[in-house]
Design a protein around this ligand. Structure first.
Ligand SMILES: [Zn+2]
Length: 754
């Protein structure tokens, strides 16, 4: 299933490097027993083998009546009663093996008396029932939907949509994902002959009776009730064929309204390529055909009914390739391998969502991390911050942030942790092992551990059993001197859930000699510094550059603004950059004449403050600036530069800019700095107002207030006499001058030397 508001973008980013970096063996951790409960209710009293539905949708209203024939086997000695799910259906009669049977109707179920069948004894139930007035159940939970022609509903349409527990609203059944009907199902749908029907399986027969036509659709593969579906409308249909590299020929059937026919050819053109993509990764397409039927309105974007996907009509107009790919991939994950319980829904939706990235990778050639970052950042917010994705509240099993976005990330990270060589065979083994059956999370973990050769409790526990994600703040310095080929990473880790994560993360640097990847295990609150060396000068250094780990990440760089405080001047102000654990030694400012550089350094010594005044500039020319922080240990170690900011200096005093006054609050770096005597501080106010200028020591304690009162707009100056509030000489060393005006604050560093 896929939500409908999604719009995918194809962005042609070039792939930057090899797929996965080098890998380390994870250091041993204390073993924790894993927590997933075993399979499911293996003690159920009967097992459904087959459903046969003879249905007559009225098509002039939402009334529906029919007969459900259930072939099943007793799994208990003396089976007395069979319980079926049956919600708001009028049951007229029930037969057991062709003979009228007694039954009761407790709320939302149907209990049929069985008379004590032996274990292993097969039986058949025929249930004659009527349904209708579905819209009284609310728009999101009807099971069967019928709409007359009008608006975007181009033809009268009736269809079912059953995930997760709505099949029981249009047919009596054992509506649990763990009891798939092993031998499949049959639909015999009788409608006026102007209608076309579509359902699971392949069309085996049509039978005419006057103006009525009965369509017989046979699904041979095992099927879960939530994946059973039929559609009735005045469709035109067209076909195509997918020929896969495994030698299979898969018929493709498309049911669309006649007006959409031409456009649907374009929108569905890539289905054979998508099928080949998934076949090459996961094995043969599992069913006898693949179909899509377009409907409107629809509460979802798409629903992966077995070999018979329902899509909202809008996907044809928007050509939603990733929605189409998502639903197709469900045929492997969801339909062939069905989640055993709704607690394991991420095995359906996380997998199908990740398959969007798998298709993107093949179709565009870019790395899957590009698609993950663009489309699944929702994993960092919403309910994914509140609930683990394993065993979500029933109301949230289709929550996008949890089961789709974070579910996809979990699979992406499993690929990263296992590596390409183990991950893809694991996926194929998982598909093979549970084909046409069900799987739960512990099944996936077991298969993954077999292929990985190591326990993965640590991985499954932290990503599936906890809400949230790790947050990393990095400080990355690399050397800028021409003969210096090193970089240094420091990582602060503060997870959103409070518990630290353990993950391998790639730290990469690029030089003329190529890219060098270094994978490190991060599991502490503070890691590093990690020193990396290359053979030639480093061009860039990045943390997880290919986006393999779900995280929020802040790479510490200064953030800068540029302003014009006076003629031929541009002032630069940036935030104080809090490097962890050691503060930076200072900053280096760069100037250029284009946004993309080149930039040349403009300050002589290191700028210790968070501002810089560039003077002697040519009026009318646009200048661009960036600033980088400098490590305290070695001044040629610099951070990545800030984003470039630009400004155009004005002409001589009296020009329009000067007459209007400076537009920003600005505190000048001190001219004679460090100062042996008094320190002169110049500042500009955008308009008149209460102003405070005070000196603090580096511990943040007030030393002396220099200005505290009303000041007029424009340039101002004040002098700190180097003494504290009591008149004592302040100690030698660094101080901070802080200007406050109009709720804003500017800080410069002042060095007092005796
Ligand atoms: Zn889905």
């Amino acid at each position: 299933m896929r939500r409908r508001t999604f719009t995918a973008l194809l962005v042609g980013l070039a792939a930057v490097a090899a797929l996965a970096g080098p890998r380390e063996t994870r250091p041993p951790m204390a073993a924790t027993p894993h927590i997933y409960t075993a399979k499911f209710d293996t003690t159920h009293s009967f097992d459904v083998r087959h459903y046969r539905l003879a249905l007559r949708p009225a098509m002039t209203s939402d009334s529906l009546h029919g007969r459900q024939t259930i072939a099943a086997v007793s799994r208990t000695a003396g089976l007395d009663t069979v319980m079926l799910h049956c919600v708001r259906l009028a049951v007229d009669s029930v037969k057991l093996d062709g003979t009228a049977a007694g039954y009761r109707r407790p709320t939302d179920s149907l209990l049929v008396g069985m008379g004590g069948l032996a274990s292993g004894q097969p039986f058949t139930l025929d249930i004659f029932y009527r349904a209708g007035n579905f819209s009284a159940n609310g728009s999101y939970s009807r099971g069967y939907y019928w709409y007359p022609k009008g608006g975007q509903t181009l033809r009268t349409v009736g269809y079912t949509c059953s995930a997760p527990q709505d099949a029981r609203k249009w047919m009596p059944c054992l509506d649990e994902p763990w009891d798939k009907a092993d031998s499949g199902c049959v639909f015999e749908i009788t409608a006026p002959d102007s209608f076309v029907t579509a359902a699971n399986g392949v069309l085996s027969d049509t039978v005419r009776d006057g103006d009525l036509l009965t369509w017989r659709w046979e699904e041979a593969s095992s099927i879960a009730t939530y994946l059973m579906a039929f559609h009735v409308s005045r469709y035109s249909f067209w076909t195509d064929t997918a020929r896969t590299s495994t030698g299979d020929t898969v018929p493709l059937l498309y049911f669309v309204w006649p007006q959409d026919s031409a456009q649907s050819c374009e929108a569905f053109a890539n289905v054979p390529a998508m099928m080949e993509c998934y076949t090459s990764r996961f094995g043969r397409y599992p069913f006898g055909k693949y179909a899509m039927a377009a409907v409107y309105p629809f509460v979802f974007g798409g629903m992966e009914n077995q070999d018979m996907t329902t899509i909202i009509r809008n996907w044809i107009g928007t050509s939603d390739q990733y929605g189409i790919a998502h639903e197709l991939s469900h045929m492997w994950f969801g339909d062939m391998v069905t989640c055993g319980t709704w607690a394991d829904i991420w095995l359906n939706e996380g997998f199908a969502s990740y398959c969007e990235a798998v298709y993107d990778e093949q179709a565009t050639g870019r790395l899957p991390g590009a698609y993950m970052g663009q489309n699944f950042s929702a994993a960092l917010s919403g309910n994914a911050l509140i609930y683990p994705i394993y065993d979500p509240p029933m109301s949230l099993i289709y929550d996008f942030s949890m089961e789709y976005a974070k579910g996809a990330w979990v699979l992406h990270m499993l690929r990263w942790v296992m590596g390409e060589a183990a991950f893809w065979p694991m996926m194929r083994a998982y598909a093979d092992s549970f084909a046409y059956g069900t799987a739960v999370t512990s099944d996936l973990q077991r298969i993954a551990e077999q292929h990985h050769g190591q326990g993965l409790d640590w991985f499954f526990d932290q990503w599936l059993r906890r809400p949230g994600h790790p947050r990393y703040t990095t400080v990355i310095y690399h050397r800028t001197a021409p003969d210096s080929n090193a970089c240094r990473f420091t990582v602060k880790h503060w997870p959103s859930s409070g518990e630290l994560y353990s993950m391998p993360v790639n730290m990469a640097c690029s030089s003329a000699a190529g890219r060098k990847d270094t994978v490190v295990w991060l599991e502490a609150a503070l890691s590093g510094p990690f020193h990396l060396e290359t053979a030639s000068p480093i061009i860039w250094a990045r943390f997880d550059p290919d986006n393999w780990v779900l995280k929020s990440h802040n790479d510490s760089i200064p953030r800068m603004r540029a302003a014009v405080p006076g003629p031929c001047q541009i002032s630069l102000v940036w935030n104080s950059f809090t490097a962890d654990p050691a503060p930076p030694h200072g900053y280096i400012a760069y100037r250029g004449l284009a946004a993309g550089g080149p930039f040349a350094r403009i300050n002589g010594g290191i700028v210790p403050d968070t501002s810089y005044l560039d003077t002697g500039l040519v009026p009318g020319v646009r200048y661009y600036y960036t600033v980088a922080a400098v490590s305290g240990q070695d001044t040629c170690f610099q951070t990545r530069s800030s984003s470039s900011m630009s400004a155009i200096p004005t002409g001589v005093a009296g020009g329009p800019e000067e007459a209007a006054g400076p537009r920003v609050l600005w505190l000048s770096p001190t001219g004679a700095n460090p100062s042996r005597e008094a320190v002169r501080l110049e500042y500009h106010l955008p308009s008149a107002g209460r102003t405070r200028l005070a000196i603090y020591n580096l511990s943040g304690q007030l030393v002396r207030t220099v200005v505290d009162g009303f000041r007029t707009a424009g340039p101002q100056a004040a002098v700190w006499n180097g003494r504290d509030g009591a008149g004592r000489k302040a100690a030698s060393g660094g101080y901070l001058a802080v200007l406050e005006w109009g709720g804003q604050r500017r800080t410069v560093r002042v060095n007092r030397v005796f």
